[in-house]
Design a protein around this ligand. Sequence first.
Ligand code: AMP
Length: 175
Amino acid sequence: MKKQIEQLKQAIRDVPDFPKEGILFKDITPVLQDAQLFATAIELFAKQTENLGFELIAAIESRGFIFGAALALKLNKGFVPIRKPGKLPYKTFKEEYQLEYGTDALEIHQDAVTPGQKVLLIDDLLATGGTALASAKLVERCGGKVAAICFLIELTFLNGIQKLGNYQVKTLIKF
Ligand code: AMP
């Protein structure tokens, strides 16, 4: 498992100053491009989460969808998209969250989760934790319970894990 995680880590490409100056962007596309590595990532997510007893996987737009949908198929779970405002067609709940400058928001369909259902949340990367926290709140507003939040990558120096203190967090790769 350690070797597989190291292989994934090495495939992640650093892109400086994207999408703006000062951000070191962790580009996961080399992982997706390699059939073996993509399968490894999904396999490791499955191992980490298969005993958590959840029924649904909720993923965060847009890179979360890639891993979330593949994992949902592998584990035979339903899939729930959490999207940027204005994209979901039916009645939604909305959560705003703080960015470095200004605010952003995410939405979920109000009937996406049945009250009491356990939901696994997934995204590609944990930075400050604002995106994941807003997503967890959306699941809870539907009446769902967050079984855990999992990420391919965690930027540990940003300490986003602190913001997610109420939740079980699982990360494959730490930088
Ligand atoms: P945050 O809310 O600060 O935890 O930001 C997490 C969200 O922003 C995730 O959906 C990531 O895809 C994206 N993100 C933030 N920082 C980076 C980064 N350095 N490289 C790639 N994606 C990032």
